[in-house]
Ligand binder design. Structure first.
Ligand code: IPD
Ligand code: CA
Ligand code: CA
Length: 272
């Protein structure tokens, strides 16, 4: 591994583990849960404290790099080659309800391309890491995507963005259709954990719309390096800004893409 990437990976891991310790410490001890505006879109003192710990570590080691952090926005130095996408607590709704399914997600884009990712699940003490060209690991053991070939045999996962009450493009139709066609579709509440779960074969595929760069940058690298495939729903190259991602073991990519594009629409106005 290039010395530079290896150094970045270790810094990101240090930051993810430190933030995860904050999340464990504050779990079920929250004093301050606020709404960010949309129903269900919450922020807690744990999101802010975990993000502060990550920013402090990145600033100490890589002060010239740029940063896009969910709670603080854009900050950092003026070296625009490097952009860190940080979600200090992915799965805030779960966390705020005392449901231990959340993660820290730290990804690095180099010249706009995701090249390094670290996702840490503090409740299972699982540290997922990857850098382009060097494979993906969980707690330093190599991981691989599943070998499931038929949609009918798959277990999938998806999510629903906070704007789901404001648009008919809310993933409800796709969720119903894929639930019908597969062994099941889960909704974990953490996009970062969904992606790493595809990477290590717990799920065969994942799709979602309405995501932000900090939700997916790290997970994208981890899935790719575990042998999986990442595209837009229609299999065109992923555009991170679109917020829409299809991640699979590669073998079911075509059939899941087809199903997403042909899912029968629900009656107009059913939930609007
Ligand atoms: C959310 C989670 C969830 C996804 C939402 C995200 P947050 O992130 O990843 O699984 O469905 O779209 O916004 O708000 O918990 O950091
Ligand atoms: Ca998130
Ligand atoms: Ca978050």
């Amino acid at each position: 591994m290039s010395q530079e990437l290896l150094t970045f990976l270790d810094i990101a891991s240090e930051a993810a583990l430190a933030a995860g310790a904050v999340l464990r410490e504050k779990f079920c001890r929250l004093e301050n849960i606020q709404s960010k505006g949309r129903q269900g879109d919450l922020v807690t003192e744990a999101d802010k404290a975990a993000e502060a710990v990550i920013l402090e570590i990145l600033a100490r080691h890589l002060s010239d790099h740029q940063i896009l952090a969910e709670e603080s926005g854009t900050l950092g130095g003026d070296n625009s080659k490097y952009l860190w996408a940080i979600d200090p607590l992915d799965g805030t709704t779960n966390y705020a309800h005392g449901y231990p399914v959340s993660a820290v997600s730290i990804g690095l884009m180099i010249d706009g391309v995701p090249q390094l990712g670290v996702v840490y699940n503090p409740f299972r003490d699982e540290l997922f890491r990857a850098a382009t060209g060097y494979g993906a690991t969980c707690n330093r053991q190599p991981i691989k995507v599943s070998t499931t070939q038929e949609l009918v045999d798959t277990l999938l996962v998806t999510g629903f963005a906070y704007d789901r009450r404001e648009t008919s493009d809310n993933n409800y139709a796709e969720f119903c259709y894929l639930t019908h066609l597969t062994q099941g579709v889960r909704r974990s509440g953490s996009a970062a954990l969904d992606l790493v779960s595809v990477a290590c074969g717990r799920f065969d595929g994942y799709w979602e719309r309405g995501l932000s760069p900090w939700d997916m940058t790290a997970g994208i690298v981890i899935v790719r390096e575990a042998g999986g495939k990442i595209t837009a729903y229609d299999q065109s190259p992923l555009a991170i800004k679109s917020g829409r991602i299809l991640a699979t073991n590669g073998l079911i990519h075509e059939s899941l893409s087809q199903a997403l594009q042909t899912a029968p629409r629900l009656p107009e106005g059913l939930y609007a």
